[in-house]
Design a protein around this ligand. Structure first.
Ligand code: FAD
Length: 179
């Protein structure tokens, strides 16, 4: 891990930046990037949830491509006193997502072993159901397609096909369907 430069320590901690001031927000962005290193990029973007009920004008966004990049992102967040939130398909209507100055992790570039996104676990005679492992951004639609190829079906899955499996689990939504 890269140790934050003293100037960044000052900006992120002692100085307590005023995030309503664009120039100070950009200073924090630069510090986050300095700590993270070249990848993932630290972007400043607006955020709106699916129903357009929750909008934030500027949040930091990182799109890590590996577990190591997630670790670097979280380390940088800690060093710069920022909070991190994974974001799925943004279908939640509660204010779960961090506002201005928070870091949203977009996990759509993460895959499982050998670049796969859905992996059927070895069948186990002691377990009466098939089990799959999914990448963090796999949606219900993608899971359904992959399962069909494998000869399985998710009989009572959520009707909203573009929610992510991880997002549904995190909010305990569709509880009768996803476990
Ligand atoms: C049109 C519509 C219909 C719906 N119908 C139903 C319904 O019938 N029944 C029901 O129960 N719910 C329903 N919902 C609610 C919806 O299923 C949940 O809000 C669900 O959490 C959305 O998943 P998401 O991928 O959009 O997650 P997001 O809304 O993006 O995120 C939800 C939470 O999950 C966390 N999260 C996301 N991805 C990850 C990850 N990879 N790792 C860790 N945490 C993560 C986020 O930090 C956040 O706290 C509906 C929503 C909509 C918009």
């Amino acid at each position: 891990m890269i140790h934050p430069a003293l100037s960044c320590m000052y900006i992120c901690t002692l100085f307590n930046p005023d995030l309503s001031v664009s120039s100070q927000l950009r200073l924090v962005q630069k510090c986050l990037q300095d700590v993270v290193g070249p990848s993932p990029r630290v972007l400043l973007e607006s955020f709106t949830n699916w129903a357009e009920l929750i909008s934030y004008d500027r949040v930091f966004v990182m799109k890590p491509e590996s577990v190591e990049e997630i670790q670097r992102a979280v380390y940088a967040a800690h060093a710069c006193r920022r909070q991190v939130r994974a974001v799925g398909s943004s279908h939640s209507s509660s204010p779960l997502f961090g506002d201005r100055g928070h870091i949203h992790l977009n996990l759509s570039n993460l895959a499982l072993e050998n670049g796969k996104r859905v992996i059927l676990q070895p069948l186990n005679p002691d377990r009466p159901v098939a089990v799959v492992k999914v990448a963090p951004s796999v949606t219900q639609a993608e899971l359904d397609r992959e399962l069909e190829v494998m000869g399985y079906a998710f009989p009572f899955g959520p009707l909203v096909s573009d929610v992510t499996v991880a997002g549904s689990i995190a909010t305990s939504s569709h509880v009768r369907h996803i476990a």
